[in-house]
Ligand binder design. Structure first.
Ligand SMILES: NC(=O)CC[C@H](N)C(=O)O
Length: 366
């Protein structure tokens, strides 16, 4: 049997390195920061996670597309948020009785350009050594020199504010209105499963756009504040830092995840930096320094908080540490009921070890 002819595609890295493969998704050109995710499952949750906005995702698991897509249930936001996708074997057909359609059609509808047939082990080793960089994929321009020139138009992630582009534009509510716990959620690009994790524990959540002022959050009369995950560089978000500072002054419980953790750190006077390579996958070992136990965690971040500044801080203590590279994974304020983690306790996708953090937040509100 002969395989149908597939359109060719090129992947060009910021340093000019070229990888040749075949087109997937929409025929076109797309550029962004190239990031690799080592998770073996949950591709649709990854593609719809707003924290990946502006990024091209390399899936290191070798088969992508084979279980298709499920609308709603496996989407972490309304639609695909990644800029492009790179993988080894791509299956345009799928086999799962619960699936609503193919990943190929899903990407075509969302205008997502991708490339497959890439030796992702070679590519990931290369990015891992050289550090994070931008890239461009094209299935229409097959001249590497033209693509190298196009790369100049792809913005650097450092310094980019993206939350206001992906967050909700209007407020909405979720959960039981007469609940004991009212949570003001600052949406910096929140994943659906995070709000659901709060609502599942009885919280009545009101979700606000990223640039909402503190007084608008306060008008909801919340029992606690939640600061969400999201894309971009936390250092480019002074508006969110200001909101969190004012929320801390209320002495009400505050919980932050990922970008929310970085914003709580900045509001506490701790700096952030761009990592050589981010953490993206489902098996990152984190030590909980309070219990002494290791948690296997789901992660997706390219920035981190400055460890020395956490260690030296009079009012902040480290609660969680990454066992691979000793980066800070969780902090708590000693003088306020506020804490945050760099990883993803909602675990969608990922192991469920860290879901207790949502319970901790509810307990703090009690
Ligand atoms: N998942 C997130 O919230 C990501 C936070 C931030 N954009 C980072 O890359 O570090």
């Amino acid at each position: 049997m002969t395989r149908p002819q597939q359109p060719e595609a090129l992947l060009v890295l910021q340093d000019g390195t070229v990888f040749k493969g075949f087109a997937l998704g929409k025929i076109g050109t797309a550029g962004g920061e190239i990031c690799f995710n080592t998770g073996m499952t949950g591709y649709q949750e990854i593609y719809t996670d707003p924290s990946y906005f502006g990024q091209v995702i390399v899936n290191t698991t070798s088969h992508i597309g084979n279980y298709g897509i499920q609308l709603g249930a496996e989407e972490e936001s309304a639609g695909v948020k990644i800029r492009g996708m790179v993988c080894n074997f791509f299956s345009p057909t799928y086999s799962r009785h619960l699936a609503d359609g193919s990943l190929q059609q899903y990407f075509e509808k969302a205008n997502i350009v991708g490339i497959h047939g890439i030796d992702t082990r070679q590519l990931v080793r290369y990015i891992r050594d050289k550090g994070v960089m931008n890239c461009i994929i094209s299935s229409v321009i097959l001249d590497a020199d033209v693509l190298r020139a196009e790369l100049a138009n792809v913005p650097d992630m450092a310094g980019l504010e993206l939350s206001s582009e992906v967050c909700t534009q209007t407020t909405y509510e979720l959960g039981e209105q007469d609940s004991r716990f009212r949570v003001a959620v600052l949406d910096l690009g929140v994943k659906k499963s995070i709000i659901q994790s709060l609502a599942d524990r009885g919280a009545y959540c009101k979700v606000f756009p990223a640039k909402t002022s503190f007084s608008e959050l306060q008008a909801f009369n919340p029992d606690g504040f939640f600061i969400s995950n999201g894309p971009g560089d936390p250092a480019a978000m002074p508006y969110a830092v200001e909101t969190v500072k004012q929320a801390l002054d209320t002495e009400k419980p505050l919980f932050g995840i990922c970008l929310g953790h970085q914003i709580l750190s900045l509001a506490s006077g701790i700096g952030t930096y761009k990592m050589h390579n981010g953490h993206r996958g489902l098996n990152h070992p984190v030590k909980n320094l309070i219990t002494g136990l290791c948690e296997v965690t789901s992660q997706n971040h390219g920035f981190a908080v400055v460890a020395d500044e956490v260690m030296d801080h009079a009012n902040v203590e480290v609660t969680h540490l990454n066992l691979n590279d000793n980066t800070i994974e969780g902090i708590r304020r000693k003088d306020k009921p506020a804490f945050s983690v760099q990883y993803h306790p909602e675990a969608s996708p990922g192991p469920h070890d860290s879901r207790y953090l949502f319970d901790d937040f509810i307990t703090l509100m009690k």
